[in-house]
Design a protein around this ligand. Sequence first.
Ligand code: ADP
Ligand code: TYD
Length: 203
Amino acid sequence: MLKYPLFIVFEGIDGSGKSTQCDLLFRHAGSTGVPAVRLAEPTEGEWGIKIREMLKGSEMAPAEEQLRLFLLDRQHDAETNIRPSMKNGTTVIMDRYYYSNAAYQGAAGLSPRHIMEENRRMGFPEPDRVYFIDITPEEAVRRVSGRRTKKEEVFEKEFFLKRVRDIFFSLAEDSFLIIDGSAGIEEIFGIIRNDFDELVRSR
Ligand code: ADP
Ligand code: TYD
């Protein structure tokens, strides 16, 4: 068990491969003796359910209201999942976090900087590493429309995802590792695994 557990976040536009890589990293952590939990935002909680209803609907809430809902969901997630896990030494592997908030609600019209400030003001834990998996909006739409079981969500439009992607790049800080998401799943995971193992060794 690590004395100081890691907080790992995956970011990227829809269809970039975050869930796939989260699953692989979660299994890898377990098999190398690093206790870990896999979380995602929006969550499965009360606010997350409201958000998913909004995303499936044809009428999108105003950007300010979107921000409010995602902040409430994150607050609940931090209180009930993220902090308690880290407190007992469990590494957190997170599918989306506040950079998605800045990128998507930024693309919906708010200031990305303002959104980051709001999140920091609320004192949410800071990730040790952000794996930003980058694909083009064209590829994103191709991959997402292949998910036949899923109704297209409001954010899954090429022009919108282009804005989201540009904002993600503008948010990149030291904790970011930017990965070319057009590579194969195993190749991408190789990069993530090496980096993660290095982070574990540094703990
Ligand atoms: P996200 O969680 O970012 O929306 P997913 O992991 O659900 O993305 O992947 C979206 C789709 O793309 C899935 O059908 C998945 O199998 C496929 N996929 C994931 N990674 C790759 C990759 N590196 N190359 C090609 N297809 C991929
Ligand atoms: P998710 O289920 O992770 O989508 P996907 O698997 O397609 O990547 O997230 C649903 C949507 O929620 C996604 O389009 C991004 C959006 N989102 C925000 O707009 N703001 C946020 O703060 C978060 C966490 C997600």
